[in-house]
Design a protein around this ligand. Structure first.
Ligand SMILES: N[C@@H](CCC(=O)N[C@@H](CS)C(=O)NCC(=O)O)C(=O)O
Length: 106
């Protein structure tokens, strides 16, 4: 396996300050969105890597897909693997509940 391919069996390597997470966090955002900045800062504070998709940089179909998938027009929309967590407000609620948060990120 080449060096830049994540081994799905073991997950990404846990280096200093970073949390091992089996899978992926995706933050769908819009450039300059304050709620998106807050959500990303919260994930960073917790050492959780995420992939950001700035929907305004893509054709409208991407945002339309997001609205269809989540039932929401606002950003951010956050996914832990295929599970839709919600927006920043839902993320903040989740991180405030340490036990639930630990369950969700595993
Ligand atoms: N309660 C939402 C609020 C998010 C929000 O208001 N985002 C703004 C951009 S910063 C937005 O998408 N507004 C357009 C809309 O609501 O359709 C959250 O916590 O994520």
């Amino acid at each position: 396996m080449s060096d830049n391919v994540v081994d799905v069996e073991s997950g990404p390597p846990a280096s200093a300050g970073r949390r091992p997470l089996l899978g992926r966090i995706v933050v769908y955002s819009v450039v300059g969105c304050q709620h998106c900045l807050k959500a990303k800062a919260t994930l960073k504070e917790r050492g959780l890597d995420y992939t950001e998709v700035s929907v305004d940089r893509y054709p409208p179909e991407v945002r339309n897909w997001l609205i269809e998938r989540t039932g929401k027009t606002s950003v951010p929309q956050i996914f832990f693997n295929e599970k839709h967590v919600g927006g920043n407000q839902e993320l903040q609620k989740l991180v405030a509940d340490a036990e639930q948060f630990e369950k969700e990120i595993k």
